[in-house]
Design a protein around this ligand. Structure first.
Ligand SMILES: O=C[C@H](O)COP(=O)(O)O
Length: 247
């Protein structure tokens, strides 16, 4: 099954208007990229970025499960869509840790994203303690079962595998470890969703740089990357986009 590769950048809580120039560079340098390119800036930049992003897709980093209401500080999936976003990252380990989001919360948010017509990038991943305890595959299975809505489709859901211990640390799992988890995720998705699970894209995330991207993208069932630090500069992210196009 041919799945379109996806290079996704998560700017996290980084970026003010001065950084919008990065999207101009990215759009100029990669106008002909075969892979899909996505940047998820802080919510304050989504609308302005979407206006100048050209072929680059723009996404949110979170949304609320409700359509509207008394939720100070929150943003709904419909609001993201209205601002020009086409995707939203959900269940990132930083949200699970900092905001106590559990699988049921992530699932409700994913449902809201699907209803609003957004593509949801649902994140899963084990902690170092869980990895060392031999629990990785069970943890991932539980997160997938709990976080994905029953009507998930290949077009609307992307799964990102991000080992918590690899995020922002410069530590990367071995290619065998990445391959093992991605194969496990693919099997779980096809068991549950059939052909739709086969069509879902699987991203690896955690200390991806242009120097290691090519090796990671050669691993079976890695359909792209969710990139944090190396997505902040167009030149750095561009190297990852180029590696994905060559994979
Ligand atoms: O969402 C992105 C990930 O948390 C990876 O971050 P990183 O590339 O800075 O390790």
């Amino acid at each position: 099954m041919a799945r379109r590769k996806l290079a996704a950048g998560n700017w996290k809580m980084n970026g003010t208007s001065a950084m919008l120039a990065e999207i101009d560079t990215l759009a100029r340098d990669h106008a002909d990229a075969r892979c899909e390119i996505l940047i998820c800036p802080p919510a304050t930049l989504i609308a302005r970025m979407a206006e100048r992003a050209g072929p680059i897709a723009v996404g949110g980093q979170d949304c609320h499960a409700a359509d509207s209401g008394a939720h100070t500080g929150d943003i709904s999936a419909g609001m993201l869509r209205d601002a020009g976003a086409s995707h939203v990252i959900l269940g990132h380990s930083e949200r699970r840790a900092d905001h106590g989001e559990d699988d049921a919360t992530v699932r409700a948010k994913a449902q809201a994203a699907l209803s609003a017509g957004l593509v949801a990038i649902v994140c899963v991943g084990e902690t170092l303690e869980q990895r060392e305890g031999g629990e990785t595959l069970d943890v991932i299975s539980g997160q997938l079962a709990g976080s994905l809505p029953d009507d998930a489709t290949g077009a609307a859901i992307v799964v990102a595998y991000e080992p918590v211990w690899a995020i922002g640390t410069g530590k990367v799992p071995t290619l065998e470890q990445i391959g093992e988890v991605h194969a496990h995720i693919r099997a779980a998705l096809t068991d549950r969703f059939g052909p739709e699970g086969e069509a879902m894209r699987l991203l690896y995330g955690g200390s991806v740089k242009s120097a290691n991207a090519g090796d990671i993208f050669a691993v079976a069932d890695v359909d792209g990357a969710l990139v944090g630090g190396a997505s902040l500069k167009a030149e750095d992210f561009g190297g990852i986009v180029a590696a994905l196009d060559q994979a």
